[in-house]
Design a protein around this ligand. Structure first.
Ligand code: ADP
Ligand code: MG
Length: 681
């Protein structure tokens, strides 16, 4: 058997310098190399006639030079090599810059295949610069589909292509098939060696499509199986607590200062049905910022407690957990329900006391951060587990919180409207409720994307708003220390705003500060003692400051749209008209398009779909903040159908073999372990 883990230095054509370059691309082993897939392909297998070539074509054609190439020096450091070639339909002028060796590679009167980008003025001659070519009959660079790989400086397409060719010779079709034959048959999936060979060097487009389908399917399947693996409940019989229906929710609703929206009511009814059934609830509640998820969560917790169980709710930051604790205890304590807050800032003594009360059942509802999933936190009988802003938590953390009770019902809440494809992957086995309606009276947040030349006008506007008693957020992108670009750090921005507005009360906040310090600043902003709060995205989630009406985002091009939308949701929480100003410094079309989307819509779902489309799934998972490995081939946007199939298939597998212990599934299990080993969730 071949050793896939062998170091690339043993591959023909790979010396120390290339080892270093390949390492830069994340390639260390033979396996890395053969699974380093092309980023795109050029079809150089279709031939045209010279007369058919139009301006802008990137095409192949066969032709014969009418003479040897001639070379001229046009500047001190520049030579130009020219040759005129012809076929039976016309002639073309080919030029190369600074490639003197070309003149020795091309003979008059021999036929060649040329490939390149056509320039042709109206009625003029075909001209191509820096054409790629082969002698007729050779197919080194033309006459077939050519893969193009992501490169690093110092590595050329030709070099990496030939290294991969050599690597495939070593592997020599000896990849072990790890998909059971029934899967390949039922889902029409090709054999693995065929797939690997043809994803690199397909002869025809169809071969590539078949190969791509296999690789994408396998990526989706392994991911899906891996994720379901964490969901203990997906494996065993899905027994849940049967909460009773006599919790008198009306008593709770009657004292609420508002009426639930229809969407909230719908979500609540779905949750309630799940809770009352004898199966464990696994439900995701998606709702845009401000759609009122907290009260729905409170209703579920109220029901759990009225049924004699404890409930717990986990949020990603201390500020957010605290805010939930405050609003939920305000809603529920009048009913004799005792809530407690667990964060890492508890003193040892406080924590001991709360732990004690939690295990003996004095505390009904525990709200907190990751502190809740620490080993030593035990409940008496937790029956409902809620995680808020779920996309910040990994699958394992969610499972860990659930494991604190037996057969707990699980509710996941997210304000990031996740595109359906992504939701299906991350929450494959969750039912989804959508709160797609904002409470009445909310105003639209006007959004403007602006460049530097508007700075003075923007500053005047800020001054005016603050003069009217409002407050502003300024958000800057997070900067890695290694990042040498001139992005604006929080401190620099602070200096800038201090200078522009010497009389205003300005403070800044960033992730490296101590929680206590952050909380203090946030609290004083909330109390109106700060006019402008400058920060990184630490304020991204959930904090409520109704008097803040301005959200200014610096280097907005650096943020994902979903994130910008989330930030924008920090304003427009009170009765005053609110604005979001996106400052950006890029001329890229994609950036402009993205900014435009933000200006045009306030609908989080539209935004996240567009985001995924414009950024591509690779970027979407870029930071792995979802706790999901990246795909090499599968595309979440275009492979929806395949995803559904992979999902169906993984459920079949687990139904038959919940722990992947059968012989035919052992290799799949190995692959999954391997895949998830590298991500820390
Ligand atoms: P999110 O979905 O972002 O978590 P919240 O639950 O924090 O939203 O709700 C945002 C604000 O809207 C809160 O101040 C809450 O009291 C209020 N709210 C929630 N539901 C309603 C409703 N049906 N009518 C009016 N206000 C509501
Ligand atoms: Mg919320």
């Amino acid at each position: 058997m071949i050793d896939l883990k062998q170091n690339i230095q043993f591959i023909k054509g790979v010396g120390p310098a290339r080892v270093a370059l390949l390492n830069k691309l994340g390639i260390f082993t033979l396996e890395d190399l053969v699974t380093y897939f092309p980023r795109e392909y050029e079809d150089r297998g279709v031939f045209k006639k010279i007369s058919e070539l139009v301006d802008g074509d990137v095409a192949c054609f066969k032709a014969v030079p009418i003479s040897r190439p001639n070379e001229a020096r046009i500047k001190k450091n520049m030579t130009i090599t020219k040759v005129i070639v012809r076929d039976e339909t016309g002639t073309a002028l080919l030029t190369w810059f600074n490639q003197s060796y070309i003149k020795n590679q091309i003979d008059a009167a021999e036929e060649y295949v040329f490939y390149g980008k056509v320039q042709r003025a109206y009625g003029g001659r075909v001209e191509i610069s820096n054409a790629i070519f082969d002698k007729d009959g050779e197919t080194k660079n033309t006459g077939k589909i050519i893969p193009l790989y992501p490169l690093t400086y110092g590595m050329s397409q030709n070099v990496i292509r030939s290294i991969i060719e050599n690597a495939l010779k070593i592997t020599n079709n000896q990849f072990e098939e790890f998909l059971p034959s029934w899967i390949r048959k039922d889902y029409d999936i090709c054999e693995i060696n065929y797939a690997i060979n043809n994803i690199h060097f397909p002869e025809k487009t169809e071969d590539f499509m078949i190969a791509k389908k296999r690789i994408a399917f396998q990526e989706l399947l392994l991911l899906q199986l891996g994720l379901l693996n964490f969901k203990e409940k997906a494996k065993v019989e899905n027994v849940g607590i049967e909460f009773k229906e006599d919790e008198h929710i009306d008593e709770f609703l009657n004292v609420l200062p508002f009426k639930l929206t229809n969407a909230q009511m719908r979500a609540w009814n779905e949750i309630r049905k799940d809770m009352e059934s004898n199966k464990a609830m696994n439900r995701l509640v998606q709702g845009d910022v401000g759609s009122g998820k907290t009260v729905v969560a409170a209703m579920a917790m109220y029901k759990a407690v009225k049924n004699g169980y404890q409930a717990s709710m986990m949020a990603p930051t201390a500020i957010l957990a605290t805010q939930h604790y405050e609003s939920i205890s305000k809603m529920l304590e009048p009913f004799g329900i005792k809530c407690a807050l667990f964060t890492s800032s508890l003193t040892k003594k406080q924590k001991e006391k709360l732990k004690e009360e939690l295990i003996n059942g004095e505390i009904d509802i525990a709200i907190g951060t990751h502190a809740l999933i620490e080993e030593d936190i035990e409940f008496k009988n937790v029956g409902l587990v809620i995680t808020d802003e779920q996309h910040r938590f990994g699958v394992r953390q969610r499972a860990k919180l659930s494991s604190k009770g037996e057969c707990t019902d699980t509710l996941v809440m997210t304000a990031t409207p996740i595109p359906r494809t992504l939701a299906l992957i991350l929450y494959g086995d969750l039912d989804i409720s959508i709160i797609d309606e904002l409470p009445p009276g909310r105003q639209k947040i006007d959004t403007y994307a602006v460049k530097k030349n508007m700075e003075n006008r923007i500053n005047d506007f800020i001054k005016k708003q603050i003069g009217e008693g409002r407050q502003a957020y300024v958000v800057c992108p997070l900067i890695e220390e290694s990042d040498a670009s001139d992005l604006k750090s929080v401190e620099l921005m602070y200096e800038y705003y201090k200078k522009v507005f010497p009389d205003l009360r300005i403070k800044f906040l960033h992730g490296k500060m101590k929680n206590k310090e952050k909380d203090e600043i946030m609290t004083s902003f909330k109390n109106g003692d700060i006019d402008i709060l400058i920060s990184t995205t630490v304020i991204e989630v959930g904090v409520d400051v109704p008097n803040a009406t301005l959200m200014i985002v610096e280097n907005a091009e650096r943020f994902g749209l979903a994130q910008l939308h989330q930030l924008r949701g920090r304003v427009g929480r009170g009765k005053h008209k609110s604005y979001c100003i996106l400052k950006y410094e890029s001329n890229s079309d994609i950036v402009k398009q993205r900014m435009k989307i933000m200006e045009q819509t306030n609908d989080g779902f539209v935004i996240s779909e567009q985001d995924l489309k414009l950024r591509g799934p690779g970027d979407f998972f870029g930071t792995m903040q979802h706790g999901v490995p990246e795909f090499k081939v599968a595309n979440l946007f275009t492979d929806m159908e395949l995803l559904k199939k992979a999902q169906e298939c993984s459920k079949k597998i687990l139904l038959d073999d919940p722990y992947l212990k059968k012989d035919e599934n052992l290799k799949i299990k190995e692959k999954i372990d391997d895949l998830f080993k590298t991500i820390t969730i």
